[in-house]
Design a protein around this ligand. Structure first.
Ligand code: MG
Length: 347
């Protein structure tokens, strides 16, 4: 089948996180095929990434044949190469992610198979879930396997100790408890946290330094063991992860499938991870884009992130039919493509 049109739009969100995400949250990419199949993808970069798709990738894509996974890999390589002078990371790759996911969705719909079937077959049926947010009571009721607390450094470990104590006591001894600190700690703080949080058996510290600090992360990692260092949501493509690898920066890799270059880049990152024995736990992996990769790829741990926030928080229902937590687990639906429908009312 041949690509007829490509369009990226920024949805009319009501409930994205404040700060930069108001205009820089996710884009929707629509790829229409001659013959009527329509694929949808989800990319990053917000308003700033729309011109990459609508002003550049579109003209390269219209008229291109897509009949097999190899065709998708070829398209990815071409878009990467053509955008390389201004791309490789950041907004261009976030835009490319949305295009890649839309083409995988279209191929799945054309072949009447879930994307997971196209990329290796479903190997995990009911995936373990961890919740990100503060609401331990709710997550325990949902029966998920773990909780990730968010923390920003404000000069003391007291608040982290208090929230770890609550999470551990409410979630139970078997639960995974993690911290995402969004690049607000430094090496000294991280070592101090590892000491002060020792009694709570923390599974990982995420994003303790910035993605530019791979060398320092590699030096820090053994000093906070057995707590794992996790990261990678702000890294792109297999070249970026090779650098992480060379410095031994992280125990656990967290590519975001809607940012790092889509399913195609995700598969290549998983290949590298398998070679080096590093587990992959995709960022926001409970959303269909990452969930199909987790289901199909054995380099991914059986662990999907759901950013749930608090029980009463309002959420935008952009992708109708997204998998819901049942019995603490997530499953992909046996439907063509990614198995979700776009809520057009949000465009
Ligand atoms: Mg994070």
């Amino acid at each position: 089948m041949r690509i007829e049109s490509v369009k990226a739009v920024y949805p009319n969100y009501q409930n994205v996180a404040s700060s930069w995400r108001t205009h820089l949250w996710q884009i929707v990419v629509e790829v229409r095929m001659e013959g009527g199949v329509i694929g949808y993808g989800y990319g990053g970069g917000g308003l700033a990434s729309l011109p990459v798709v609508n002003g550049h990738f579109r003209e390269l894509l219209v008229g291109t044949e897509v009949n097999s996974p190899d065709d998708v890999f070829g398209i990815w390589d071409r878009l990467y190469y053509e955008s390389l002078p201004y791309g490789r990371k950041g907004i261009a790759m976030m835009a490319l992610s949305g295009v890649d996911l839309a083409i995988w969705d279209a191929l799945g719909k054309a072949e009447k198979k879930p994307v997971a079937e196209l990329i290796g077959g479903v190997k995990k049926n009911r995936m373990e879930v961890y919740a990100t947010g503060p609401d331990s009571e709710w997550y325990a009721e949902l029966g998920v396997s773990g909780q990730k607390l968010t923390h920003r450094w404000r000069g003391t470990t007291d608040d982290a100790v208090a929230s770890a104590r609550t999470a551990r006591s409410v979630m139970g001894n078997q639960a995974k408890v993690m911290f995402d600190v969004y690049m607000s700690w430094n090496s000294e703080v991280t070592i101090g946290m590892a000491e002060d949080l020792a009694e709570f058996d923390i599974y990982w510290f995420e994003d303790v330094l910035t993605p530019d600090d791979v060398r320092e992360l590699g030096e820090l990692r053994p000093k906070v063991a057995p707590i794992n260092l996790a990261g990678g949501e702000h890294e792109f493509g297999v070249a970026g992860f090779r650098e992480i690898c060379e410095h031994g920066a992280y125990d656990i890799w967290q590519p975001d499938i809607t940012w790092c270059g889509g399913i195609t880049a995700g598969m290549r990152i998983c290949e590298l991870a398998r070679e080096y024995g590093v587990p992959v736990v995709p960022h926001r992996g409970g959303e269909v884009w990452g969930l199909h990769l987790i289901a199909a790829n054995d380099a991914c741990d059986d662990l999907a992130e759901m950013v749930l926030g608090a029980r009463d928080s309002e959420v935008d229902d952009l992708w109708v039919g997204s998998p819901q937590i049942e019995g603490g687990k997530l499953s992909i639906r046996d439907e063509a493509g990614f198995g979700v429908r776009l809520n057009e009312g949000m465009l």
